[in-house]
Design a protein around this ligand. Structure first.
Ligand SMILES: NC(=O)c1ccc[n+]([C@@H]2O[C@H](COP(=O)([O-])OP(=O)(O)OC[C@H]3O[C@@H](n4cnc5c(N)ncnc54)[C@H](O)[C@@H]3O)[C@@H](O)[C@H]2O)c1
Length: 277
């Protein structure tokens, strides 16, 4: 996106709470026009009123509601420059307990929701003379496996993969539209009560677990940061045009361990072939 953020237009999904709300506050402070979208009507109304922005009730898993959101944003502000795909849910369950309804809900919101938004908004961003930018809220769970978070990891690895391909394609499409993948570690939000927004027809075994109560983190010191800190890191990356926005640099050993296992598999296979030659 060329030039400063001031005067440009942002649409933020999941904007009623947590990181999305903090992004709205941070982008307003940059002088942007902001539209927030969220499935939770009461909070959306409250946050939109408090921030003085347009709030559009939207379930990102429904393409028709996403189309209505883009029409409302363009009608209010003329265009959209910054698309923040941030709506998400994070309940947990081991794979052997998961139902198809669990998978559907998690993938519909965390992955298909971003795909619906991208399909709807990318033509608008590409049509701007001054381009645009896409900020996808991925996760540390886009880069490392976390037990009981299989549905979440599946969606968030997918969203990071989509972001990587998109960034390459848009770079060779003239570079007018950039991509940032925000990969947060623990942020103190309401993600631990995600089932509050679960559709009744998609009931299953996924349940809300606070991270520090989960099996894998119960003995760890969880380094919580505030939504405002996460939002500032994301906005800095958008301004610089960085692809990755990392909130917890101290979590690199887990990422390195995964990469090392992949590289070892390549090296081992090479060694086996050399031994046979
Ligand atoms: N909090 C963390 O530790 C953390 C870590 C990594 C990634 N993330 C990601 O950050 C993003 C924001 O989550 P948060 O932590 O601020 O949690 P949050 O629960 O405070 O905010 C998420 C928002 O998404 C909305 N939402 C849920 N389902 C929706 C749907 N179908 N359509 C539209 N909106 C919907 C919720 O109503 C809520 O306002 C999510 O994508 C989450 O996966 C969070």
């Amino acid at each position: 996106m060329e030039g400063s953020l001031a005067g440009k237009v942002a649409v933020i999904t999941g904007g009623a709470s947590g990181i999305g709300r903090a992004l709205a506050e941070g982008l307003l402070a940059e002088g942007m026009q902001v539209v927030i979208a969220d499935i939770q009507a009461d909070r959306l109304e409250r946050t939109a009123a408090e921030l003085g922005v347009l709030g559009v009730r939207t379930d990102v898993s429904d393409p028709a509601q996403v189309a209505a959101l883009s029409a409302a944003a363009v009608e209010r502000h003329g265009t959209v420059h910054l698309l923040c795909n941030n709506a998400g849910i994070g309940p947990m369950s081991p794979v052997f307990e998961l139902t198809l309804a669990d998978w559907q809900w998690m993938l519909d919101v965390n992955l298909r929701g971003a795909i619906h938004m991208l399909t709807q908004f990318l033509p608008i961003l590409r049509g701007n003379a001054d381009g645009g930018h896409i900020l996808n809220t991925c996760s540390m769970a886009s880069m490392m496996p976390v037990p009981t978070l299989a549905t979440y990891c599946t969606a968030k690895y997918g969203l990071l993969g989509l972001s990587e391909v998109l960034a390459m394609e848009l770079a060779s499409d003239g570079g007018k539209v950039g991509v940032t993948a925000l990969c947060p570690g623990p942020v103190a939000t309401d993600l631990g009560s995600s089932t509050r927004n679960r559709p009744a027809d998609l009931a299953g075994s996924l349940r809300d677990v606070m991270l520090e109560d989960s099996e894998q983190f119960k003995d760890a010191v969880v380094d919580w940061i505030s939504p405002a800190q996460a939002a500032q890191i994301a906005i800095g990356a958008v301004r610089r045009g960085d692809f990755y926005a990392i909130t917890h640099p101290d979590m690199v050993p887990e990422v390195k361990a995964r990469h090392a296992a992949i590289e070892k598999a390549f090296a081992d296979e090479k060694q086996r072939r050399e031994a046979q030659a």
